[in-house]
Design a protein around this ligand. Structure first.
Ligand SMILES: [Zn+2]
Length: 278
């Protein structure tokens, strides 16, 4: 299997995978969705009762319009910057599983007094400013006059297999590499394919219809339905266009490298297990 990077940005990647079988490419897709570890908020402590403010010694009520469970759920879904070399899974850390330490846990505090909207950027990381959520404008809750929240939250490592809040990637998908050809001897130059193709695969050049962007083709065959004699669309079953995005907790490059290493380790473990059967 060979992989060429067609496009890679901080949180998205588009790859060309060739000399591969669909089951291998699907294994990569499933690994990207469920096996990449990331930090996410798992425990939230709410301060109950009156919360003091610094403004003129006012005291606000420790309440908000949302149930605590809803706020905790929203906090869990905020992408937390993750350094996989720095953190252990809590159950693999060198202490009791119910305890925590800076090697397995990022602790945040959140103290806001209404009226205001509480955003993800209001989370204050105790472990260091590098763990501040990169997406600072995710709304959590709107507080009215006299309302306040004071929260301590712990983020730990997990994977998408355990809960969707630990899923690093989204929009993970692939398609067969498209091959689009026009038989000029049968093309009537009606231009219908240019009009109906939703992906702008065709264009007119020097009075003829030509295939401009074959990689855009989604193999929908709308053009073939229109001109079955002259247009041929096929997917190459050994070549794939693969794309995914991350939520920003890890970069697309880190995520892909981790996924490929994880797959290689799993296949190696399977090979060793099978060889022991002999
Ligand atoms: Zn620990």
């Amino acid at each position: 299997m060979q992989i060429d990077v067609l496009e890679i940005e901080d949180t998205r990647a588009k790859l060309l995978i060739y000399d591969a079988d669909p089951f291998i490419v699907n294994a990569l897709r499933r690994t990207l969705m469920s096996d990449i570890p990331k930090m996410a908020i798992e425990e939230v402590d709410f301060h109950l009762g009156p919360i003091g403010t610094t403004e003129g010694g006012r005291v606000a009520d420790g309440s908000s319009p949302l149930f605590d469970e809803i706020i905790a759920h929203r906090l869990g879904l905020i992408p937390i910057p993750t350094d996989l070399k720095r953190f252990n899974r809590r159950d693999e850390c060198d202490h009791e599983p119910e305890k925590s330490c800076p090697l397995c846990t990022i602790t945040y505090t959140l103290h806001k007094v209404g009226p205001c909207t509480v955003y993800s950027g209001d989370l204050e990381p105790i472990n260091g400013p590098e763990f501040r959520p990169r997406d600072e404008l995710i709304p959590i809750v709107e507080l009215s006059e006299g309302q306040a929240i004071y929260i301590t939250a712990n983020a730990v490592l997990g994977t998408g297999k355990e809960h969707a809040k630990w899923q690093v990637t989204s929009g993970v998908g692939y398609k067969y590499y498209p091959s689009v050809t026009i038989d000029d001897s049968k093309c009537t130059d009606c231009r219908r394919c240019i009009e109906i193709c939703p992906e702008n695969v065709f264009e007119e050049m020097d009075g003829k219809v030509v295939v401009k962007n074959p990689e855009n083709c989604s193999l929908c065959n709308t053009c073939v339905d229109e001109c079955p004699d002259s247009i041929k669309v096929e997917g190459d079953r050994t070549k794939f266009i693969f794309s995914f995005e991350t939520d920003g907790s890890l970069s697309a490059e880190e995520t892909l490298k981790y996924a490929l290493q994880h797959l290689a380790d799993r296949f190696e473990a399977l090979r060793e297990s099978v060889s022991e059967l002999k």
